[in-house]
Design a protein around this ligand. Structure first.
Ligand code: ATP
Ligand code: MG
Length: 235
């Protein structure tokens, strides 16, 4: 475990199934960062049967994106409870912003605590065959967002979360037809954000390619340390 010397305000971008959730989990552990995942927040709303959850579930199950105004409301209320979300701290966003509209929202008054802006936008580049293979083998523990892969990272007990022993589920939106739609949405709405952030500042966007999460994480870890420095904590 170590801490970063300079604040890293990180956004992970990448097609569905590119491993954003896995990289998030690993970064949070490795550097003791706080973070949020918009997909996990929505899945919790759905599980708890909230009004937002009911609205979101049909949209998600069709592989479409939740509209910007609803998404901003969801994220803003979540961020309001996060004391760490200030420019001086390091933090990580997985899955938000995901459209041009949301990116502008994050820079605006509505999400003021985050206003210093992202200083490290990571684009995960993963070949399509690896993505398709991965989602066919993916299981999730909804309450925590913990991810498993039947090939690379199977649970210790089949079908059960390692930490709580609770059942694992498949995401309904990992169905092949829905997944194709999600890929399409990514290319249409989210990929343009890479250009948006490139125009914001030189070196903000960093692209990393690999077929497995291990290969990508090794590069990501090195780059984070190179950019932000680390102080190793005695344990
Ligand atoms: P993966 O988890 O494999 O990286 P993903 O990025 O498509 O794939 P999530 O981030 O878990 O999956 O999001 C699941 C779904 O939730 C999306 O397909 C979309 O419908 C909805 N969603 C999540 N974040 C947003 C957002 N910022 N704006 C709009 N919709 C969102
Ligand atoms: Mg995700």
């Amino acid at each position: 475990m170590s801490r970063l010397l300079r604040p890293a305000r990180v956004l992970l971008l990448g097609p569905p199934g590119s491993g954003k959730g896995t990289q998030t989990e690993r970064l949070l552990k490795r550097f003791d960062l706080p973070g949020i995942s918009s997909g996990d927040i929505l899945r919790r709303h759905i599980k708890e049967g909230t009004e937002i959850g009911m609205l979101a579930s049909s949209i998600i199950n069709q592989g479409r994106l939740v509209p910007d105004d609803i998404m901003t409301e969801v994220v803003a209320s979540e961020l309001g409870r996060r004391h760490w979300l200030t420019p001086a701290n390091s933090w990580l966003l997985d899955g938000f912003p995901r459209t041009r509209g949301q990116a502008e929202m994050l820079d605006s008054r509505e999400l003021a605590p985050a206003r210093a802006g992202l200083n490290f936008v990571v684009e995960l580049v993963v070949p399509e065959h690896a993505i398709l293979d991965r989602i066919a083998n993916r299981l999730v523990h909804v309450p925590s967002g913990r991810l498993y892969n039947l090939t690379y990272n199977p649970p210790k007990v089949a079908g059960r979360d390692d930490v709580t022993g609770e059942p694992l589920t498949r995401r309904a939106d990992d169905d092949p037809a829905v997944f194709r739609k999600r890929l399409h949405e990514y290319r249409a709405s989210t990929q343009p954000l890479v250009e948006f952030y490139k125009n914001k500042g030189a070196g903000v966007v960093w692209s990393v390619a690999g077929e497995t999460s291990d290969v990508i994480f090794a590069q990501l870890e090195t780059e984070v340390v190179r950019r932000f420095g680390e102080r190793v904590e005695e344990t």
